[in-house]
Design a protein around this ligand. Structure first.
Ligand code: SF4
Length: 353
């Protein structure tokens, strides 16, 4: 049940901000919040690698071009050795974490995940940012365990933090239409709260353009803000538009750059209790990604060595580390590498000092 009162003055004010504030004024207000939270002109980014351990999935999300149904010839599960080799390649280019996510594959036993965590920590140690709340809810249902137990066992085996993937729009009427077989709003946020309770930090996302209303987008922001008030466990917020190409929602039109900037800026103002906002240049391109740095974003996300889920829809942008750093510098900021918890890497701090 949503706890957000859409008739409250705060809600109407946020909606008015989103819909009616002139674009540059909205950007300036978001930039002021960013400046209050991050006075230095630093834009952080992380070098990591997205590893999608399986593409077999039974969730059938309408917006997904990545997954394959069980028994499809193109379905795969990576071996531990393949995952280890990808980690080594990531470390070779200075990567400090892996983002480990996969489909809801009913044929993998839970012990496989625990063994994988131990295998990585023993043979290819790296920060494991893994298993979105939707996957954790799937594990809990499939293996008949509580969410608390799933998170605890994964954490004890080596999981370091949980990504905010699968958030889409945290309004059940929307989730039921586009992703009804996976975690609904309370379940999704419940995993985040449980992870925070167990001392883990997580990120949180928003994928809009699913046919939701502006009110739904604002409700999404309010729900996240509420959880953050209770737990303080979110490190960052990332939003991007639906990439409809190649999905069951291909008749949807991808929303434009102005909508992206308005959504990011409004989120920066409304969710001012989450420290970091990422610029989604991977979906919006480097130019819009640069502008986003004046609309509330203080982080350039990650230089991902591999990115399968969004790129399966065919509209992602790629860049080398040099191109990404140049884009940040051209926007008048100083690029610095960070860890998953947003602490800056010391070598970079020394280089700038
Ligand atoms: S978005 Fe994730 S959960 Fe949904 S169908 Fe794709 S792989 Fe499965």
């Amino acid at each position: 049940m949503s706890t957000v009162d859409r008739t409250s003055a705060a809600f109407r004010e946020a909606l008015d901000l989103y819909q009616n504030t002139p674009l540059l004024e909205l950007g300036a207000r978001a930039d002021a919040v960013r400046h209050r939270l991050h006075p230095e002109p630093i834009v952080s980014y992380i070098v990591d690698r997205n590893i999608n351990y399986t593409n077999v999935c039974v969730a059938d999300c309408a917006f997904c071009a990545f997954y394959r149904r069980p028994k499809d010839n193109e379905g795969y599960v990576l071996s531990f050795e393949e995952i280890g080799a990808k980690i080594d390649e990531c470390k070779e280019i200075g990567g400090v974490q892996i983002l480990l996510q996969g489909g809801h594959n009913p044929y993998i036993p839970f012990d496989w995940y625990l063994e994988l965590m131990r295998y990585i920590k023993t043979h290819h140690p790296i920060h494991i940012h893994g298993f979105s709340p939707s996957e954790v809810v799937f594990f809990s249902e499939r293996y008949r365990m509580s969410v608390e137990e799933v998170v605890r066992q994964l954490r004890e085996a080596g999981l370091d933090s949980i990504p905010g993937g699968g958030g889409e729009i945290l309004v059940d009427a929307i989730r039921e239409r586009v992703a009804k077989k996976k975690a609904q709003t309370d379940e999704w946020l419940g995993v985040q709260e449980e992870a925070h309770r167990q001392g883990m930090k997580t990120s949180v996302t928003m994928m809009y353009g699913l046919g939701e209303s502006d009110e739904d987008r604002i409700e999404h922001m309010f729900r996240i803000r509420e959880v953050q008030e209770r737990t303080g466990g979110f490190t960052a917020f990332i939003c991007w538009p639906l990439q409809p190409e190649g999905t069951a929602m291909s008749e949807y039109v991808k929303t434009d750059a102005v909508t992206y900037l308005r959504t990011l800026a409004t989120a920066r103002i409304v969710i001012d209790n989450i420290p970091n906002m990422q610029s989604s240049w991977v979906t919006m391109g480097l130019k819009v990604g640069q502008v986003a740095l004046r609309f509330g974003a203080n982080d350039f996300g990650s230089l991902m060595m591999e990115e399968n889920v969004v790129s399966a829809a065919g509209t992602t942008h790629r860049a080398t580390i040099a191109e990404m750093e140049r884009a940040i510098r051209d926007a008048g900021m100083v690029p610095m590498r960070r860890r998953q918890d947003y602490s800056l890497l010391e070598s970079d701090v020394a280089a700038v000092a």
